[in-house]
Design a protein around this ligand. Structure first.
Ligand code: SER
Length: 322
């Protein structure tokens, strides 16, 4: 039987491009997008869409039955900054959506699950440089606590109930099609918008805050490649790395292209979150287990972001003129 895929949280930063890529790969009828809100035009017009609250198990089950879904990518989550403001809502969304999907897999309603974890599983006691796959995970954020708990639940369902669930720990993701929502690493997206529009950016992190980062194309490649692998003997939420940089370094990469670009640093409460996360990630296990390899470094990503955002802004102006 061919696969039919449900993406939950399809209108978010990663969900949008994941859905588009899955549709390109498997055909538009094989990939159902779902979210609690509508997404951008390209997403909404590229295939079927269902409104869905990820905390409602019955609603998920209805869609699974309707389309005979056998794979779920669960991309709905509340990210680090917003989760600090609404801890109970974040716990409810991040954990109950996962239980819903894991239980549907346990009940054999679906065969395969993808669930993303994050570098937020690490905390102040974790080694900061080239953070290993297996190390101390004592997160200090609401988001990080939900992600490390989720990892343990995935391992539990994998081992006890034979659920085929796969996962990676995403670093900060940089993209231009859909906006990120409420993360600490969002500065590395905002900076491109501000550079093009105002030639200036007020950064909410200090200049030397190094964080692991990845261009969206690499994140999507990692996600789909891992899902296409056979069942793994052991559940692992894989460390994946592409690049790491500081606000100062990304600012100078942008300055090479926009020579009058300037940046100011005004660290706020998000600095503390960033300071608790790694500077860089060791992803040897992902590289050896399933041949993970990124394509984008800081320079290539910068060019890609500026080129695509310029085209996007031009299209927006043209649409306004019509
Ligand atoms: N990008 C996420 C955040 O900043 C980290 O996984 O919350």
């Amino acid at each position: 039987m061919s696969d039919t895929i449900l993406v939950i949280g399809a209108c978010g930063q990663i969900g949008t491009e994941l859905t588009l890529q899955l549709r390109k790969k498997y055909g538009k009828d094989a990939v159902i997008a779902s979210d609690i809100r509508e997404g951008n035009e390209e997403l909404m017009h590229s295939g079927k869409f269902e409104f869905l609250d990820a905390t409602d198990k019955n609603a998920i089950e209805t869609i699974i039955d309707k389309y005979q879904i056998n794979q779920v990518y669960l991309m709905a989550a509340m990210l680090s900054v917003v989760a600090e403001k609404f801890p109970d809502k974040a716990w409810n969304l991040n954990m109950n959506s996962l239980f819903n999907v894991l239980n549907l897999a346990k009940e054999k309603k679906i065969e395969k699950v993808f669930w993303p974890s994050s570098i937020a599983v690490f905390g102040n006691s974790t080694p900061k440089n080239k953070t290993p796959q297996e190390t101390i995970t004592e997160p200090s954020t609401v988001y990080g606590i939900s992600k490390i708990s989720g990892e343990r639940w995935c391992a539990y369902y994998h081992d006890k109930f034979g659920v085929d669930v796969k996962s990676v720990r995403y670093p900060g993701i940089i993209s231009w099609k859909a906006n990120p929502g409420g993360g600490t690493t969002d500065y590395a997206v905002e900076i491109f918008y501000e550079a093009l529009k105002n030639h200036h950016y007020n950064c909410f992190l200090s200049e030397n805050t190094r964080l692991p980062m990845m261009y969206i194309d690499d994140a999507i490649k990692a996600t789909i490649d891992l899902m296409e692998k056979d069942r793994l003997p052991q559940f692992t939420s894989y460390n994946i790395a592409a690049t790491d940089f500081t606000p100062k370094e990304i600012a100078s990469a942008i300055k090479k292209e926009i020579t009058d670009f300037t940046i100011d640093y005004k660290p706020d409460f998000r600095q503390e979150i960033a300071d608790s996360w790694p500077n860089s990630i060791d992803d040897t296990k992902a590289r050896t287990h399933w041949n993970w390899k990124p394509d984008f470094n800081l320079q290539k990503m910068t060019l890609e972001m500026l080129t695509n955002l310029k085209l996007k802004f031009d299209r927006e102006v043209q649409n306004l003129d019509v």
